[in-house]
Design a protein around this ligand. Structure first.
Ligand SMILES: [Zn+2]
Length: 300
């Protein structure tokens, strides 16, 4: 169970990186437990939104942990004007995760417990933004929010926007008290190991088809099975490969970068008359962080 002593052993809140050198493949596998409970505890989300955010956080951990530069940030944003969910934002930086979902609870309640992605977002889009702090580079890819799940939309992002053959699977479960979620991402790096320049991309490469078949055999119950370590899962999938290298990455935590100083700097950009209008009875402007629900009282 989350929070118990065997958390590290069974792989809660950590990412395992792996490579299959003979197949030019790399992957990430993740299982989230207590970190999800912490993030979700800042909100009182209905079941469908809780599941959606948990899935988005799994994707954020999988893709974010591909970043090699310190302080590099991945932001995953799903957006749809006027939809039941009009904004979902998650980000990852240095092993820290956070996220929130803006939604209309009244319209959501009419949909039942597990509405489809289309019912939630209508014609939305998914944006992945990479901020590389060391070089000041920022790049973004946008794809339609198509398919059955956020996971399939994210997989489509890699095919369409980065042209990297990628397989992604995720699973979320809620046992009434705790949320447990897992995910797997496997990619083919054409003609090279991780980190090398890609010379070309061949989407139907036989090595990739082999790896994708093995990786695709993972089941949702395995991803969420807390008695199976991440290493055991990778072994199950790829034990017939000549060589699989694994590299445990640092632990994942909930991390929010909100601060009074940050909100103060935002507020100073407003004209004075508007700032005065925002003041409450106590003469302070009250701002709450959408990610962690902390409330800040700012003097302006
Ligand atoms: Zn915050």
């Amino acid at each position: 169970m989350p929070g118990t002593d065997n958390a590290a052993e069974t792989g809660f809140d950590r990412v395992l990186a792996f490579t299959i050198p003979d197949r030019d493949a790399r992957g990430r596998i993740v299982r989230l437990g207590p970190v999800l409970d912490t993030i979700l505890s800042a909100h009182d989300y209905p079941t469908a939104i809780r599941h959606l955010l948990a899935e988005a956080l799994v994707l954020t951990a999988l893709v974010g942990s591909l970043l090699k530069d310190e302080d590099a940030q991945l932001t995953i944003q799903a957006q749809a004007d006027g939809a039941i969910v009009d904004l979902l934002v998650c980000d990852y930086r240095n092993g820290e995760l956070r996220g929130y979902v803006r939604h209309d609870p009244v319209r959501l309640a009419r949909l039942g417990t597990f509405p489809s992605l289309t019912a939630l977002f209508g014609n939305g889009y998914l944006a992945l933004t990479f901020d590389i702090a060391s070089s000041g580079q920022r790049y973004q890819g946008i794809v339609p929010l198509a398919g059955d799940t956020l996971t399939s939309a994210c997989q489509a992002y890699f095919a369409q926007s980065e042209q990297v053959p990628t397989l992604i699977r995720s699973a979320v479960r809620w046992d009434g008290k705790h949320c447990i979620a897992g995910g797997l991402l496997v990619q083919h790096l054409a003609e090279g190991e991780e980190g090398r320049e890609r010379l070309h991309v061949q989407l139907d490469h036989p090595e990739w088809e082999h790896v994708a078949t093995l990786a695709g055999s993972i089941r949702a119950d395995e991803l969420g099975d807390t008695s199976l370590s991440l290493e055991a899962l990778v072994w199950r999938l790829f034990h017939e490969e000549r060589e699989v290298r694994v590299d445990p990455l640092g632990p994942l935590e909930r991390g929010c970068r909100c601060s009074a100083a940050y909100y103060e700097s935002v507020l100073t950009r407003f004209p004075e008359a508007e700032r005065l209008d925002m003041r409450g009875d106590d003469g302070l402007v009250s701002v709450d962080c959408a990610f962690c629900s902390r409330v800040f009282k700012i003097e302006v």
